[in-house]
Design a protein. Sequence first.
Length: 216
Amino acid sequence: MNLILMGAPGAGKGTQSANISAKWNIPAVSTGDLLRGAIKDGTELGMKAKSFMDSGNLVPDELVINIIKEYIGSDKCKNGFILDGFPRSIPQAEALDAMGVKIDLVLSIEVSDEKIIERMSGRRICSGCGASYHILYKPTKAENICDACGASLYTRADDAAETVLNRLETYHAITEPLKEYYSKKGNLVCVTGREKVEDTSAAVLEAISKYEASKK
């Protein structure tokens, strides 16, 4: 089963992707993680992508498509995959179609802009072990100090309030039109993001189960 997970930055795609991956035993492909890994490793692709990601803008299609094409063509994805963060534009979706990739289901997680801003601007990351916290939903015992290793916390550049607003504007202008693109293909399902992660997870898994039942 080949899936695409859509939703604004901070809608919870990563969490839901991991849940689906565990239940259906197919790999989750996060373009964000792949690109951040390339940046950390100092690859040519990573350096090119860094300036775009830091400012909250989309990484150019040719960079993203190359790394995705290589990954989904590997043995890891022979039984299916979950694309999290790709495609992000109509041209990317068309490129995916041109590659001959069949997408069974497109799930869009719907969360309001106000809630997204609250979620993302409150995220904090440990500079030592990389643990993730939130000033409202998962605060540390001591302010800005990691509970696990005692290192200081920082705000990722793409979680800063200004950058979040920029990313949301970009999402609505460039990525959200994909909902109509896939709706016309008949494989789009929208799921409302809930206050509790487990409630969103239940809705997402139910949507996939309904799709599977409809194909039997």
